[in-house]
Write a protein that binds this ligand. Sequence first.
Ligand SMILES: [Zn+2]
Length: 391
Amino acid sequence: MTLKGTNQESGRPYNRRTVLEAIRLHGPIARGDIAKRVGLTVQTVSYIIRELELEGLVVGARELPKGRGVPPTFLKINPDGGYAIGVHVTPVGVRAALINLAGEVIARRERRLRQMKPERALGEIKRLVTELRKLRRRGRLLGVGLAMPGPFDVESMSFVGPTTLEGWKGFPVRERLAKLTGLPAFIEIDMAAAALGERLYGAGRNLHEFYYLYFGLGLGGCLVHEGVLLRGAFGNAGELGHLPLVPDGEACPCGNRGCLERYLSLEALERRSASVGFDGWVAEAAPLLRAALVTIENLFDPETVVIGGPVEEPVLARLLEAAEPLAHSVSERRERKKPRITRSVVGRDAVLRGAAALAVSGVLSPRHGSLFGPDAVNGAFNRVQPATEAA
Ligand SMILES: [Zn+2]
């Protein structure tokens, strides 16, 4: 899962990224092991590490000597080497968190807003960012990553309906955010930010190929292959919620009928619970989760499906229980060891931690893809508008 370096002089920024990624994924790790993993000479690796240490991004520690000779230094990411702020904007409010370089949450803030017009939300985000920065006055704040419902730039689906930010069409979110906060700013679809959070800090660390199923106000998902999020040609792959799985079902704002997220999402939970109660909703939604799982498995044959996002743990537990026994699919193998569907390890923080990682990688390795995998982070929106001019 580690990227390989290049021994050409022009590859220096790229090598820096691969070394940093190897340390993040495998640290504490010795120089020699990094060199082996990234395919560079120990001298080249040592040179890059000296740079990273001087910048405070990486720290080394010697182990106590066990036998003869000098014990090697083990390198790891310096958690306090920098910070980023992750923000999640939804139709019901704003959440934000201050996150360190190791991806740990230092503090969280949440505001429910009744009115989510862009300027109003941005004003609230500015207040939250100011509040959070005060917690690490002397720390190096790298940037802010904002996650919001997708898809982007799709005429019939973007900014339409209760699971999206209505009225945000054409609003220059990234530019306004950079200007308001004075920080490099990055934006991403919330589903993809959460998938990234899970890949970096959760179940995804030990999986080669998994499908991340995002259960938020809407429903989305994404295949993560060797650490990279597969996003499609225009960055909008993952609108699982608009699979029309119920023939002649409920009308959806996208223009179709019977879309999955009309039944299986937090929006559906709230709407349907009001009339049929929580248990009634579970009974309605569980068969659709079963159908969604079969669809995902037969399309992608992943090692496992990881389900998570803003949904509360007990709701998810109840739903998964009701979805048993699972229906037949290509994933039904006698020798399989992992469960077919598992709950997220990162939980509700996945979006915020993924959004912050977006900012970290965008700043520390601009123009060279993501720090955490080739274009794993920067979705279509950030690629169109390169990171470097944000300040
Ligand atoms: Zn739809």
